[in-house]
Write a protein that binds this ligand. Structure first.
Ligand SMILES: CC(C)(COP(=O)(O)OP(=O)(O)OC[C@H]1O[C@@H](n2cnc3c(N)ncnc32)[C@H](O)[C@@H]1OP(=O)(O)O)[C@@H](O)C(=O)NCCC(=O)NCCS
Length: 152
């Protein structure tokens, strides 16, 4: 099996990340918006690379000591071989090093693969945003991994 490397992702991957999202989501982030996200100083982004090709990525933005996961995706041909877990592990280590109080995200309530992964990483259900997603319309589950006790 080929060797996939997990490493920090720079802004020059904006086009590749947008293309990858197009394979994974109905409404991918545009290359311009992706570039803006990747150049924010509060962002932590990791990519999974097959040689120079981006085959997965995860990104988070932080505000004070709060972490907001923006997206996680793995190329359909590279799924079920532990890449999302490796990407999340790298991100959560970064969150811990940055002394964040919690890391939070939204996920479609039908997205069993992602929900299983997040729950295995100690994310807890903290809320529901009704009809949050479109194409198709669906509720979002709010999942949070706490590092410190906080009052939300
Ligand atoms: C969700 C996603 C990122 C998982 O990527 P992946 O690299 O295949 O995941 P991994 O191989 O690292 O699996 C990690 C865990 O996820 C869960 N999982 C992954 N695919 C699964 C599936 N098809 N069914 C059930 N659980 C699944 C399992 O808990 C798995 O742990 P295990 O292997 O110990 O059982 C990938 O399916 C994807 O890109 N989906 C489309 C985009 C998306 O939904 N992103 C999340 C938005 S919040």
């Amino acid at each position: 099996m080929e060797q996939i490397e997990i490493r920090p992702m720079a802004a020059d991957m904006a086009q590749a990340a947008s293309h990858l999202e197009g394979l994974c989501f109905h409404t991918p982030t545009s290359p311009t918006m992706m570039w803006e996200e990747l150049t924010k100083p509060e962002g932590i982004y990791f990519g999974a690379f097959d040689d120079k090709t981006l085959v997965g990525y995860v990104g988070m933005q932080s505000v004070l000591d709060e972490g907001y996961i923006m997206n996680l995706c793995v190329h359909p041909d590279y799924r079920r071989r532990g890449l999302a877990r490796e990407l999340m592990d790298a991100l959560l280590k970064g969150a811990e090093a940055a002394k964040l109080a919690f890391v939070t995200l939204e996920v479609r309530e039908s997205n069993i693969p992602a929900i299983s992964l997040y729950k295995s990483l100690s994310f807890e259900e903290v809320g529901l945003r009704k009809n949050y997603y479109q194409n198709p319309t669906e509720h979002a589950l709010l999942l949070t991994r706490f590092y410190k006790k906080v009052n939300l």
